[in-house]
Design a protein around this ligand. Sequence first.
Ligand code: GLY
Length: 318
Amino acid sequence: MYNLPYTNKQINIPYLLKIGNGKICKIGKYLKDKNLPGVALFLGDGTEELVGAELRRGFGDNGINVVHSQVVSDISIESITQTAFQLPPATDVVVGIGGGIVTDITGFVASTYMRGLRFGFVATTLLAQVDASVGGKNGVNYEGYKNMVGTFNQPDFVLCDLSMLQTLPDREFRAGLAEIIKAGRIADRGLFELFENHPIDAFRNDQSLLNEAITRAIRVKADVVERDERESGERRKLNLGHTFAHAIEKCGNEFLHGEAVAIGTVMIARLSAHLGTATQDEADRVRRVFERMGLPIRTEIDFKRLVKALKHDKKKEA
Ligand code: GLY
């Protein structure tokens, strides 16, 4: 079991990041220690069934009251405002439990409602654990544009409980791996090589291997964010492959985000080889690794359509 305490020095908030099995039961004790007895829960679809019993046991043992609980899955600005208005005055902290949509809604509502409430995340999908729950951006899409409304604000804590991934569908699991591979490609060659040296089944079945991959990916992101929280420079490299990925997503719903990231990262590697900023061998390695993990590496979307969508994308850096 890994613990990765991470302190965001720039904004001077002690930020607790815990990774491992059975972490969900720690929230009650954590909230008690922080003197945050009134908790509002924002839940993803199915998370009550996944963690409800254990979560409430941990709260009960530590004198934590659930003052509000609701499933949040819609992301329109209007429904977010309605959601915020339902939070009772006894709310000391908002805890979002789910995937990236839930963590973004939680972070956004908590950051803006009544000029800010405390908040934390329990990330239940691989994509949320390695990407959406880490970094402090809390964005909401508007009219098809990504993260048009949002905040930079760090949560008090993020818990990544690996036991929750056991029920994650294979396709979503693979899509989460795409962001880990991307992190390896950006700043951790050893992490990238884990995917060259192990088959997909190993990541699904070997908890310590998965734990290592998740921890290293989070470390890559957390380190970059710690140096450049507001994306004034270095942080942009975390967007590797995302310009194409967002354009692909804008052209249709065929791909999950992680799948679009896989295609986008392969496209960038090919382009880099073409421009001479990377070798053909590197581009081939990138393609092979995504292929090995059962991820798509190309799209049939018409190139002109893709370029049009790309021009509208806010994240211009690849
Ligand atoms: N919340 C995701 C990020 O900050 O990148």
